[in-house]
Design a protein around this ligand. Structure first.
Ligand code: NAD
Length: 478
């Protein structure tokens, strides 16, 4: 049994309360680790350490700070199999996807290390003859990063890499469902020479330890990846000190299948997008709008494809397409949403129930729901499971209107070979991302940022870097 400790000010220590919580492998339902159940005292210690070390950290040349990111990337690459196993075990992520997450995390550290000599300030024209106006980009200070359970390792890097590169220090809180990979990483990087306090990992409850972290006046930026409800709580807490808050929240991504689409490509992309990590991905296709003229053909292919998705042990070789949901609560939520959809008039064409053929775990069958309508809960609320509700649309205008009629605005996709439809989708879809003729998944050099309730601010690329920097304009008269 693994036992983890907090990583605060360069030291491993138990939670101040000495309490621990259990981390369960969702596939076997067995406890695989004990993690520290931190509270306000742990949060204060981490805040103190991050605050005390920030000035000296920011004073180092950016290329020197970047050298630590490169070391982290190297360590992850060297330990990729071990980290992927820990990840697969703590959240029932199938091994190929766990490996892909580990590999993209090392790339993420390398990518942001590459920004060291690239980000710049500006020289602005002055109205006065003997004056220069300079805009500097300076670190925002102490960052609090709050992570979800679905991509715990990658999202950790999404917050740690830009923080350290820009001269910020960070306290990162993993989800209590999935703290293991983060704490394994802490052990791996503990002796790379990072100054004490620059990087801190603390686990504990959101409403206790998390709340103390996000409310602190020492903090320059709070960055959460999580649910809308948590985003609302954190926004209310950060309002107290007007702390900058970046929110990457839930999604309800529409996939629009046009009459001229390559149906085989569309079906494959939508299925891949719906079952990846058992449907527990914020950016993936959560509802489909299919043109009436190709509806029957599309549904026939979709049902065959979803029924062919294998599920089972995340460590099995060859790997199944998906595995267990994260816990019993998520499984019940999916089940009750499908039951409600059926009561609302949806027809189950595939799946539609728990998978009884698995000895352990929280499995829901890959599911296709037909006859869905725009006002149903299943079309409006995030499912976060392998369930695809489909709406038949009369034409392209109706598809666009329905896609936009949603409180979320993270990602969207369109399948068409018609340039005019593609351009209209790009111009009219009100989402942070639109994927054309491909599955939903963003690139590290893009900008992952949701509209409406999907969030504020964003991550990745140049614009993600700017979240961690604040401008400082100087007027120099000579
Ligand atoms: P969650 O909101 O339940 O928890 C996220 C984190 O917030 C956890 O670490 C939790 O302990 C912490 N937390 C909860 N209350 C808090 C509080 N009051 N103060 C401080 N911290 C608090 O989310 P989850 O169930 O772990 O993740 C699933 C959700 O995340 C889904 O809605 C999904 O769409 C979303 N998500 C979004 C993105 C994105 O990039 N937009 C990526 C991954 C997941």
């Amino acid at each position: 049994m693994k036992v983890y400790q907090q990583y605060i000010n360069g030291e491993f220590r138990d939670a101040a309360s000495k309490e621990q919580f259990e981390v369960v492998n969702p596939y076997t339902e067995k406890v695989v680790a004990m993690a520290p159940k931190g509270g306000a005292e742990d949060a204060e210690a981490a805040l103190e350490a991050a605050d005390a070390s920030q000035k000296a950290w920011a004073a180092k040349p950016c290329a020197e700070r970047a050298s630590y990111l490169k070391k982290m990337a190297e360590i992850i690459r060297k330990n990729r199999m071990e980290l992927a196993s820990v990840l697969a075990e703590e959240q029932a992520k199938v091994m190929p996807l766990a490996l892909a997450e580990i590999d993209s995390t090392s790339e993420y550290f390398d990518y942001y290390a590459g920004w060291a000599r690239k980000y710049e300030g500006e020289v602005i024209q002055s109205d006065r003859p003997t004056e220069n106006i300079l805009l500097h980009r300076q670190p925002i200070g102490v960052v609090v990063g709050v992570c979800p359970w679905n991509f715990p390792f990658f999202v950790m890097a999404r917050k740690v890499a830009p923080s350290l590169l820009t001269g910020c220090t960070i306290i990162l809180k993993p989800s209590s469902e999935t703290p293991n990979t983060t704490f394994e990483f802490a052990k791996m990087i503990a002796d790379i020479g990072l100054p004490k306090g620059v990087l801190n990992f603390v686990a504990g409850g959101g409403a206790t330890l998390g709340d103390t972290l996000v409310r602190s006046p020492k903090v320059g930026l709070v960055t959460l990846t999580g649910s809308v409800e948590t985003g609302q709580s954190i926004l209310a807490a950060t309002a107290e000190n007007i702390t900058k808050t970046s929110l990457e929240l839930g999604g309800k991504a529409p996939a629009i299948i046009c009459s001229d689409a390559d149906l085989d490509l569309a079906v494959k992309a939508v299925i891949d997008s719906r079952v990846i990590f058992s449907g527990q991905v914020c950016n993936c296709a959560e509802r489909a709008y299919v043109d009436a003229s190709i509806y029957d053909e599309f549904m026939d292919k979709l049902v065959k494809g979803m029924e062919a998705v294998a599920y089972g042990d995340p460590f099995a070789d060859p790997a199944p397409g998906m595995s267990s949901q994260i816990n019993a609560e998520q499984l019940s939520k999916i089940e009750s949403m499908v039951e409600q959809a059926k009561a609302d008039g949806a027809e189950v064409l595939a799946g539609g129930c728990r998978a009884a053929d698995q000895p352990t775990g929280f499995f829901y069958k890959p599911t296709v729901l037909a006859n869905c309508a725009q006002d149903m809960e299943i079309i409006r609320k995030e499912i976060f499971g392998p369930v695809l509700p489909v709406v038949k649309v009369a034409d392209f205008d109706e598809a666009l209107d329905f896609a936009n009629d949603c409180e979320y605005g993270l990602t969207s996709s369109i399948f068409t070979n018609n340039v005019a439809k593609m351009m209209r989708a790009i111009n009219e879809l009100k989402f942070g991302e639109t994927y054309v003729n491909r599955e939903h998944f963003e690139a590290i050099q893009g900008f992952h940022a949701g509209w409406r309730k999907s969030g504020i601010g964003g991550a990745d690329g140049k614009h993600g870097l700017y979240e961690y920097l604040q401008t400082h304009v100087t007027y120099i008269q000579y």
